[in-house]
Write a protein that binds this ligand. Structure first.
Ligand code: 13P
Length: 249
């Protein structure tokens, strides 16, 4: 059985003081059972959020990392730095990083390997553009992103990996995928992992849907057999909305 995982990707929102307030508000509510919850604040708020989360069941994640151990890489953050702050997860290859910051399938692969080497679970993001969807290229494109992201991983690392299927046209637009469409692509992603590794390993990988997930549509996604959680942007920035999402049951 795969335990559902719902993560809040705060993107470039919340100073560390604002972050503290948001976590405090979230902590006032009882955490629903049966779902793993993860918060991914900006780097500058990781320490603060980590301290606030101490003693709770809510996990901490970063939004990116660099694959080198250490060195003269101005502006970058290493896996060990994230681990020391208590991160268990790290988002890799978000479409915004691919679009604005030159992230490629190759750098995603290097980052995934570096994360796993340091005991961080990567949340690897894949997803097609509107033009690709309209041209009927979704499956082929997403399968290609998947194969390149996981190339060269050891089989025993596969169950540690989380995939987030985020169609680019659904991010921040209020236009989410339908549950059935997301389930179809996510099933295809699982099949890709099964082909590249083994079906028994693919069955253990948690695959999230992301893109305009809100309290009023989360259940449609969670009811789908292939969908194991959500990666939430905008609706993770308000305690009431995020709580509405994590308590979907
Ligand atoms: P929204 O939930 O704001 O559409 O963002 C989704 C996302 O990009 C999460 O990583």
């Amino acid at each position: 059985m795969r335990k559902p995982i719902i993560a809040g990707n705060w993107k470039m929102y919340k100073t560390h003081l604002e972050a503290k307030d948001l976590v405090k508000e979230l902590k006032e509510k009882a955490l629903p059972a049966g779902v793993e919850v993860v918060l991914c604040p900006p780097f500058t708020a990781l320490a603060t959020v980590g301290e606030e989360l101490a003693g709770t069941e809510i996990g901490l994640g970063a939004q990116d990392l660099f694959w080198e151990e250490e060195g003269a890489y101005t502006g970058e953050v290493s896996p060990a730095m994230l681990r020391e702050l208590g991160c268990a997860y790290v988002i890799i290859g978000h479409s915004e990083r691919r679009q604005y910051f030159g992230e490629t399938d190759e750098s995603v692969n290097k980052k995934a390997k570096a994360a796993l080497r340091h005991g961080l679970k990567p949340i690897i993001c894949v997803g097609e553009s509107l033009a690709q969807r309209e041209a009927g290229e979704t499956n082929q494109f997403v399968a290609g992103q998947m194969e390149k992201a996981l190339a060269g991983l050891a089989p025993e690392e596969i169950p540690q990996v989380v995939i987030a299927y985020e169609p680019i046209w659904a991010i921040g637009t209020g236009r989410s995928s339908s549950g059935a469409d997301a389930n179809q692509v996510i099933g295809m992603i699982r099949q890709t992992i099964a082909n590249q590794f083994q079906p028994a390993l693919a069955d253990q990988v948690r695959i999230q849907y992301g893109g305009s997930v809100k309290p009023n549509n989360i259940k449609e996604f969670m009811d789908q057999p292939e969908i194991d959680g959500a990666l939430v942007g905008g609706a993770s920035l308000k305690a009431a909305d995020f709580y509405g999402i994590i308590s979907y049951q």
